[in-house]
Structures are given as C-alpha cells and as structure tokens.
Design a protein around this ligand. Structure first.
Ligand code: UDP
Ligand code: MG
Length: 314
C-alpha cells in the first residue's frame, strides 16, 4: 500500500524543509509506503534548489518544477497526473494542513465506508468579518445555483482513494475550480473539522480581490444560472413595456399629447442600456471561458524533475 502526497509550492523556501521533516516523521510512523510530490509552481525564491537537495537526500521525494507560475490549481493537477499511490492526498506546504491528521484520515478510508476524507476548518476566527460574510454568502449562493456540492470552509486538504484521483484526472477542463471538481465527481466523503492553523512561515498569496475573482470564477465554472439572469430581465422588461404601452396610449387618448417627459425618457434609456451591458458582460464571461477551453492549451509545463517517467505536459 502506497500513499502519495501532492504539495504545491510557490515561494515556500522557509516552509518546505519544515513540511518535509514533519510529514516524513508522520508517514514513517504510519509504516506504509509513500511518496512526496512537490510541485514547484515557478517560485522566484530558493524553493527549487531546496527541493533538489531534499530529493538527493530522500528517495521518497519527487519534485516537478514548472516552467513558470501556473497557479495552485495547475500544480494540483500535475500532482494528480503523476501520483502513483493507492491513496492520494493534497496538502499545502505551509503546515496549514497538519500532517498529523493523516493517520486518522487513512484509518477512516481503510474502514471501507468512505472514498475520501476531506477537511474543513471548524471556525473562521482570525479572519476579517467582512471576508467571512462574503465567504458565507458565496457558499450559500453557489450551492443554490450549481449541482456541485461545495462545503463552507472546506480546504483542498483531502485524502482519497485511487478511483477518486483518477476521476479528477479525467476532468480535463482548463478553467479548474477544485472545490467544485471535488464536489461534482461525487463519491462518499467524510468531513473532518479542525481548528484553523496559521502558516509557519512566508505569506499567503491571497488578498480580498483575488478571493473575490476566485469566487466569481467558481460560479461561472459550475453554474449557468447567471446566463438566465439575461432571460429573466428580458421577460420582465417586455412585460413592463407592454404595460407602459397601454398606459401611454390611454393617456394620449384621454388627455391629448402634452410635450414633456424628457427626463423620464433619458432615465429609461440609461436604465435599459445598463441592463443590456450587464447581461452582455455576463455572456462575455462565459464566452471568454469557452474561448480558453477551445484552445486546448496544456494546464502545465514541467521543465525539470528528478524522475524520468513523468507526464511533462497535460
Ligand atoms: N500555491 C501555488 N501556486 C500559487 C499560489 C499558491 O502552488 O500560485 C501554493 C502555496 O505554495 C501553498 C498553497 O498553494 O502551498 C496554498 O497557498 P496559500 O497558503 O498562499 O493559500 P491560503 O492557505 O492562504 O489559502
Ligand atoms: Mg496557506
């Protein structure tokens, strides 16, 4: 039995050695075969040289180094494409996903009742209230309008069976939103809550604006509901204009044609123009995604690794 850990790393020179040491300790204690797949996502610091020397010391370490920064989603995908274990886990390099949880997670999987063990943070303490509020609304909304089951506070930290990892590899879409992909493929998932841990070193790569864009991407990738907004606006405006028509004709017949109403005309024009641009923008977002998908560009390009038998592009 073999366990694969997928660890995306972007500028994690301080965290990687700490992670490697801690994870190796836990995995050796578990007494199973394992591999650690570090994916260097185009780091600009000393992450790559550190990974090279770790790989030279420890035969359990494989590193895949991207030709540039492709993002965490691409790094995870590269990991899934190259993981060989019977069980596969995704973990952050910054120790926010504690390796000490692995034995418990494996035990749950081996009991045979579940296909994956996913983690969620129990609370959002230490986060700005406005961010928590937006996060909560986002999860409510996306669960309403998409058929992927996306759990509030869920992390990417998961341990899963081979079958589930294969299903993820088969989801070859270019615009990847892992929380949605995990939910969409189904399988029986056990949810494990734990207290949020601060990262050991370095800085988070997320700010509010990036998170907001991430949320919008998630919605567009897993729901067609925004598109129907345009139809609903259209139906509403048609109905409304019909009422207005009756009103204006009736007024003309009863009171003649007083020349006024410039202000109301302008207001209506601006209002309708705004709605049209808004709906066009939504459509544009979907077309842009379709455009990117239709190019069939690779998700990642690996320029260096310590192993030969790896998928270098996919
Ligand atoms: N990461 C990555 N590519 C990126 C950004 C982040 O591989 O472009 C990795 C990063 O090294 C870390 C994980 O993704 O292992 C999570 O990143 P971070 O800790 O910044 O996110 P947070 O935990 O704050 O959500
Ligand atoms: Mg982190």
């Amino acid at each position: 039995m073999k366990l694969s850990l997928i660890i995306p790393c972007y500028n994690e020179e301080e965290s990687v050695p700490i992670f490697h040491k801690e994870a190796a300790k836990v995995l050796q204690g578990m007494g199973c075969g394992y591999e650690m797949l570090f994916i260097n996502d185009g780091s600009k610091d000393q992450t790559l040289p550190i990974l090279r020397s770790l790989a030279a010391q420890d035969p359990h370490v494989t590193y895949l180094s991207f030709s540039r920064n492709f993002g965490k989603e691409a790094a995870m995908y590269a990991g899934f494409c190259n993981a060989k274990g019977d069980y596969v886990a995704v973990m952050d390099a910054d120790m926010q996903d504690p390796p000490s949880l692995l034995p418990e997670m494996l035990e749950i999987l081996e009991s045979g009742e579940y296909d994956s063990v996913a983690t969620r943070r129990a609370t959002r303490t230490g986060e700005p209230p406005i961010r928590s509020w937006f996060a909560k609304k986002f999860y409510q909304l996306i669960n309403k309008i998409s058929n992927a089951d996306i759990v509030d506070g869920s992390r990417d930290f998961r341990l899963m069976r081979r079958e589930m990892a294969d299903a993820i590899v088969s989801m070859g879409e270019y615009n990847r939103f892992s929380k949605g992909i995990f939910g969409w493929i189904g399988f029986r998932t056990y949810w494990l809550s734990y207290e949020n841990v601060e990262r050991v070193a370095g800085e988070t790569k997320w700010n509010f604006w990036k998170l907001f864009k991430y949320a919008v991407d998630g919605i567009i990738n897993f729901s067609q509901a925004p598109l129907s907004i345009a139809s609903w606006f259209g139906i509403f405006m048609t109905f409304f204009s019909f009422l207005m028509l009756i009103f204006i004709v009736a007024r003309k017949v009863m009171f003649g044609d007083p020349v006024d109403g410039w202000a109301s005309t302008i207001c209506i024009m601006i209002f309708i123009g705004g709605i049209q641009l808004f709906c066009l923008g939504i459509m544009g977002q979907y077309i842009a995604k379709t455009y990117m998908e239709s190019k069939h560009r690779p998700h990642f390009i690996i320029s260096e690794s310590n192993k030969q038998d790896i998928k270098k592009v996919k």
